[in-house]
Write a protein that binds this ligand. Structure first.
Ligand code: 5GP
Length: 333
């Protein structure tokens, strides 16, 4: 990102809050457009309780029951999304949660957002919940955006196939698109329809958030950046030295289509499918509060470097410099 003349001398002069009006839902939502992935290691109730303090959304994973959510009266229904798949069991659970808790956001999530059954399910959910904000995905091209917005009647499309840190889809199937190019294309299409997109997955460092907004993402979602914290699920794993002292502490982070997840929730990997996710150890990073403050600080700093006062201004203020890697050149010193 190329630095530019800026009238802002302090990070405190820029705002990370954005107010959204949606294509179909009449809701108006104001908050910081960062989202925590609906993976069962990151989309936890504990995560949502911390993130809502920073006006950040958590997409809860789909294995919570209505009673699990009811048991936490401090959850703010404006700052989490309930996630659902598209089978009958998922949809019954969604109905119960909507009756009992009524969160603002519904996230309909499948690995392949191009299936006609998925688009039909989204439009059925819209019919049932005309007032709610519907998020759906994942797709990675204009065609996917058009189908989901025009026929699925969703407000926000989740964009990204093959870019997640725990994702092996590209290796296993050859399917996917480079995330940056995909966000450029999908944002352009969605904005032409008054819809919004989430850039989902692939962020490795704090500076990547600004790049995703710069490419046109309205929201940016991450799993790995929020994994490995006390609010993430899973036990702590320690490495010891020969004296028996702890030298490193980890948490396990795994893809929702990994064999770890399938063994946990579906009794193993069915013969007809393969695992499209991996399981990794992430060094334990303590309270996620420090991480979200660090991400927000980095983003404010990018905004002062490029002279953007609001998140919405990032795409028009940003200039990218293309770094050409010298592939195939032999450096012989
Ligand atoms: P990350 O931020 O860790 O790079 O990517 C998180 C995203 O990866 C999630 O929001 C989701 O879209 C995607 N994802 C999660 N689990 C899996 C999986 O098992 N396989 C694939 N292909 N993608 C996954």
């Amino acid at each position: 990102i190329v630095p530019k003349h800026s009238d802002y001398s302090s990070r405190s002069q820029v705002s990370l809050e954005r107010t959204f009006h949606f294509k179909y839902s009449p809701c108006v939502w104001t908050g910081v457009p960062i989202m925590v992935s609906n993976m069962d290691t990151t989309g936890t109730i504990e995560m949502a309780l911390e993130m809502q303090k920073h006006n950040v959304l958590t997409c809860l994973h789909k294995y919570y029951s209505a009673d699990d959510l009811l048991a936490e009266p401090n959850l703010d229904p404006n700052y989490f999304a309930v996630t659902t798949g598209i089978n009958n069991e998922d949809l019954l659970r969604l109905e119960e949660i909507m009756e009992k808790i009524n969160p603002t956001f519904i996230c309909v999530d499948v690995a392949n957002g191009y299936m006609s059954k998925f688009i039909k399910t989204c439009s059925n959910i819209r019919e049932k919940y005309p007032e709610h904000v519907i998020i759906a995905g994942n797709v990675c091209t204009t065609e996917g955006i058009l189908e989901l917005v025009n026929h699925g009647k969703v407000d926000i499309v989740k964009v990204g196939i093959g870019s997640g840190s725990c994702c092996t889809t590209r290796k296993q199937t050859g399917v996917g698109m480079p995330q940056f190019s995909s966000v450029l294309e999908c944002a352009d299409t969605a904005h032409g329809l008054d819809a919004h997109i989430i850039s989902d997955g692939g962020l490795q460092v704090v500076g990547d958030f600004a790049k995703a907004y710069g490419a046109g993402a309205d929201f940016v979602m991450s799993g790995s950046m929020f994994a490995g914290h006390s609010q993430s699920s899973g036990i702590l794993i320690h490495d010891y030295n020969t004296n028996g002292d702890i030298v490193k502490t980890y948490k396990i982070f795994y893809g929702m289509s990994s064999s770890t997840a399938m063994e946990r929730y579906s009794g193993g990997v069915a013969d007809y499918r393969s695992s499209e996710g991996k399981t990794v150890k992430i060094e334990y990073r303590g309270d996620v509060k420090n991480t979200i403050l660090n991400i927000q600080g980095g983003l404010r700093s990018t905004m002062t470097y490029i002279g953007a006062k609001k998140i919405k201004d990032i795409p028009k203020c940003i200039t990218f410099a293309r770094v050409n890697r010298q592939l195939n050149t032999i450096y012989d010193g």
